[in-house]
Design a protein around this ligand. Sequence first.
Ligand code: SF4
Length: 310
Amino acid sequence: MYRLGCSDPKAEANCRRPSCVFPGICNKLNTDHKHTIDLYRAARKVKGVKKVMIASGVRYDLAIESPEYVKELVTHHVGGYLKIAPEHTEKNPLDLMMKPGMGTYDRFKEMFQKYSEEAGKKQYLIPYFISAHPGTEDEDMLNLALWLKKNNYECDQVQNFYPSPMCNATSMYYSETNPLKRVKYKKREDVPVAKGERQRRLHKALLRYHDPANWPLIREALTNMGKQYLIGDKPGCLIPAEDLDAKTPAQRRKSGRHGANRFATKHTKGQPDIRTDGQKNTGKRPKPTNKPGHASGNGKPARSPKRRPR
Ligand code: SF4
């Protein structure tokens, strides 16, 4: 959001909106990404700078207002993966986070894929989600899990909401009230909050629906919600029936549930392969070469001296 801001200082001085971008982008907000584009171009010209990579922090709801910016970003500044944070798929928690809906994410994804293809690059978007955010009910988390499954995503590292200081969501968590709406003595908008170990664990488990360790908890919750039809091996089911628990990981892989796009917060062995040199990304370190000037000179990496036990 470099140098994006209110175009009307008088309106800004009197403005009482909690966000310039929610529920929609304010028509007084300057969304021209020209300054960011110029900054990127200037950074690329700096002597000695080989690459300028952006891994996260892109406001994709504003970025879609400037296709030129998305093109510049995708063509020159993405190193294979770009993390963005839709945070959720459901309207209730998204409204409390003051975040746009999934339609905005889909539009950004389309642009990202289009410009990646045009640049001849194999690049991936990594969407972030949060569980147990105030305003999230079990049904919302279930819908998010179903979206992940439908889109073939398996998150390795997930974020479970934790109240922290100076944050709107924390006041929602403690007061169970929506502070974004007017609060009166006897009139306030209640916010459902996931509290207690069981419900918080369930919300996190739904985000990691693919982990067999979470299946008993999810199964119990689905049964209580009257959604047993989501348990089984049919297409559209979220988790398998109990008999699959007894299987080994290798047997489960053969059961056809695997092959999803696993992603993690950090680059891990499980990330999709983006190497362009024809080699497979195995997650292992490349073998040392016998090139002159190598640290050990004998084709093996230099070792630090062994420590003697004291
Ligand atoms: S909400 Fe609109 S008027 Fe208010 S500060 Fe933001 S851009 Fe300006």
